[in-house]
Design a protein around this ligand. Sequence first.
Ligand code: GAP
Length: 483
Amino acid sequence: MANDTNKFQAIISHCKEYGFIFPSSEIYDGLSAVYDYGQNGSELKKNIRDYWWKWMTQLHDNIVGIDAAIFMHPTTWKASGHVDNFSDPMIDNKDSKKRYRVDHLIEAFADTLPKEAGEAILQQMDQLLAKEDFAGLKKLIEDNKMKCSVSGTCNWTDVRQFNLMFSTEFGSVSGDEGENMVYLRPETAQGIFVNFLNVQKTGRMKIPFGIAQVGKAFRNEIVARQFIFRMREFEQMEMQFFIRPGTQKQWYEYWKEERMKWHLSLGISPEQYRFHDHVKLAHYADAACDIEYNFPIGFKEVEGIHSRTDFDLRNHQEFSKKKMQYFDAETDENGKPYGNYIPYVIETSIGLDRSVMMVLSEAYEEQDLSTAEKQDSRVLLKFPPKLAPVKLAILPLVKKDGLPEIARQLMDECRASFRCFYEEKDAIGKRYRRQDAIGTPFCVTIDHQTKEDGMVTIRYRDSMEQERILLKDVKELVEKAIQ
Ligand code: GAP
């Protein structure tokens, strides 16, 4: 089995070889931190997206979904604080001209130290970041002789802020003074905030209630060389839960627990997760934590849970001059109506691409199947059946004698319910291995015996066990497994 860094590289190669993920515009040598999903990757991604959507909306009474535009009025991003605050402290190496996010440079250095020394550096960094003490951060880097990975020198510029939003021109004519400039949204959340009253009124929603959304977000990430872990164009699955002010602590805890349940429902063991409480809070939050997953490159954030107070709605009210208030007809313990207020918000925000990376990391396995007689191995993706790109491979043993006809009939019966794959070429063993490599949980082989007894061989991906079952039972078996 590959070690962890090698495993990460092995997953990247496997994703390319088996149609999961390709570098974007690869024929032109790619575009840094931008990726395309292939025929299997897009199915996997869609299945994760659908599972999140169903869990958050269909399985909660009080959460509905929307699909807001990527382009939003530019004032949205002033109100949200992104124009002024959505930036990271950066430092450039004067020799190589390579730019680093300060926290990433220091974290990478801390990783090279013994545990206690590394933790002490990270603690100092957190304190300096919280105070926005840029001179202190530069001193920390220089005092510890942190080097640029390209030039190998310690010749650094001052630490500066760098905004991560992409901008573009809106309309056909470039305007003066940036009046036609719009941003590509850096988070989907603002599309929910600006629609808060539209949804609340038209859906007659009562607090507490949530609005969910899945969509693309764009960030001009500086350190972006971790495959789909850190991309410049990525997809988020976010939910804003609108609550009465003063109840945020209780709902924050509720959503931490509830989201962890979702993760565990993917069949991933609890040891693979941990919570990481934020010391440095984003400009909008009064509490925040990450759900970290143990990727092959270590424990890293896959989801954020944020108590966003009334920051966003209050600022949109101020900038738009439109009331963002909710009338709460219920009464408190003294019988006094709660009346009008700007709701507080708990946000759950998970990266879809990082979820794909998580599911791939969990599923990827290299197995040595060698026996005394021969060397053998296989690579398989042990996806939960509900997430697998293909659920069932239908394989006639030979291309003649009426076997393809029976196989095609099964295909017609099943394809409306779940994704099947038909293949009649190559030896059956080879075909099984190709299905293992894309994570197909079930293969069914139709042979000459099938014509006589109506039975087929079903082969299970993980155990490689095979058994004879009735052809007419195949569809139900798969349907049960993917529920
Ligand atoms: N609305 C809150 C928000 O955007 P965030 O912690 O910046 O919070 C939420 O992002 C999630 O989006 C992260 O947990 C991560 O999974 C995903 N994400 C953020 N930046 C990303 C990037 N550059 N590439 C891929 N996923 C990213």
